[in-house]
Design a protein around this ligand. Structure first.
Ligand code: NAD
Length: 298
């Protein structure tokens, strides 16, 4: 497949590299020239012109930081957007995590030009992007998701269709809101046990085999040293940043406001992560929320 790829940052870089490694002909564009040099080294062609990245492309993929970046790219601002340039029958896959309304708006504009577009935000983080084991959570017409599947398979191991356009974004933020809540719950439970003299490693084994078991305990223990090769055992470096978790919790709360859904745990999680970031931990992995529960008299 000939693929135009926009945004070769922490996630997009390895995703584009995996597409190239699977034999696709990938041409990438990013606003940061140094990232294009790195992409070249991983077998991806690059260009300094967005228009050239989509010329002749059968599939266009974007992995951008924000809704503003996505609308700017496809709908344009002072300059015309990419939708004006992309040839009919091209499939557009936006993997960015953004709000569902923006996803729907851009997909509608694409449909008006006869272009199929799906939202396909991912779960799995930078590790999953590098290993090619991401989960894609798609929203859009069934036929378009099926058309995207072979391309997504080169970058991930699970492809779900959550529903129509925007549904991928909704499912993704539901998941990440739950992730924040169970990470915080896991952290405070471990600290409570440790404050009462329990070994956090032993307590973790007990809870993993009991009704409190969850993903944070199973594969991402927040207590330093309990598990090798997780951010908590590496000074909370790498992994999924507090700033990114705050972005996703903000999207979840905005979505909850739109439907007047009660999300008390999500709201509390957002407050805790916001103050954690405000104390200077925005660049740390999200499991560092455990440090909020440490007693200062220790
Ligand atoms: P990043 O900031 O490392 O990369 C984004 C890239 O997009 C940057 O290199 C930026 O220069 C580029 N960009 C911005 N506007 C552009 C444009 N108009 N054209 C081309 N390139 C443009 O961010 P990331 O960590 O790779 O995250 C990308 C998306 O994936 C975000 O929406 C994020 O929420 C989501 N996500 C990230 C993770 C993670 O662990 N990092 C996990 C899941 C989902």
């Amino acid at each position: 497949m000939k693929i135009g790829f926009f945004g070769v940052g922490n996630m997009g870089g390895p995703m584009a590299a995996n597409l190239a490694a699977a034999g696709h002909d990938v041409t990438a564009f990013d606003l940061v020239p140094a990232l294009l040099v790195a992409a070249e080294e991983s077998g991806v062609h690059t260009t300094d012109s967005p228009a050239r990245a989509v010329d002749g492309a059968e599939v266009v993929i974007s992995m951008l930081p924000s809704a503003a970046a996505v609308t700017g790219l496809y709908l344009g601002g002072d300059e015309p957007g990419l939708l004006e340039r992309i040839a009919p029958d091209t499939l557009i896959i936006d993997c960015s995590t953004i709000d569902a309304d923006t996803s729907r708006r851009v997909a509608d504009a694409a449909a008006q030009r006869g272009l199929a577009m799906i939202d396909a935000p991912v779960s799995g983080g930078v590790g999953g992007a590098k290993a090619g084991t991401l989960t894609f959570i798609c929203g859009g017409p069934e036929a378009a998701v099926e058309q995207a599947r072979p391309v997504l398979d080169a970058m991930g191991k699970n492809v779900f269709r959550a529903g129509d356009s925007g549904a991928g974004q909704v499912a993704k933020i539901c998941n990440n809101m739950l992730l924040a809540v169970h990470m915080i719950g896991t952290a405070e439970a471990l600290q409570l046990g440790a404050d009462h003299g329990l070994d956090p490693a032993v307590l973790s084994e007990i809870m993993k085999a009991s009704s409190g078991s969850n993903w944070s305990l199973q594969v991402y223990n927040p207590w330093p040293g309990v598990m090798p090769n997780v951010p908590s055992s590496n000074n909370y470096e790498g992994g999924f940043g507090v700033n990114l978790m705050n972005k996703d919790l903000g999207l979840a709360l905005t979505a909850a406001l739109a439907t007047r859904s009660a999300t008390p745990m999500g709201a509390l999680a957002r407050s805790l992560y916001a103050s954690h970031a405000n104390q200077g931990h925005g660049g740390k992995d999200f499991s560092s929320i455990l440090t909020q529960f440490k007693r200062q008299d220790d």
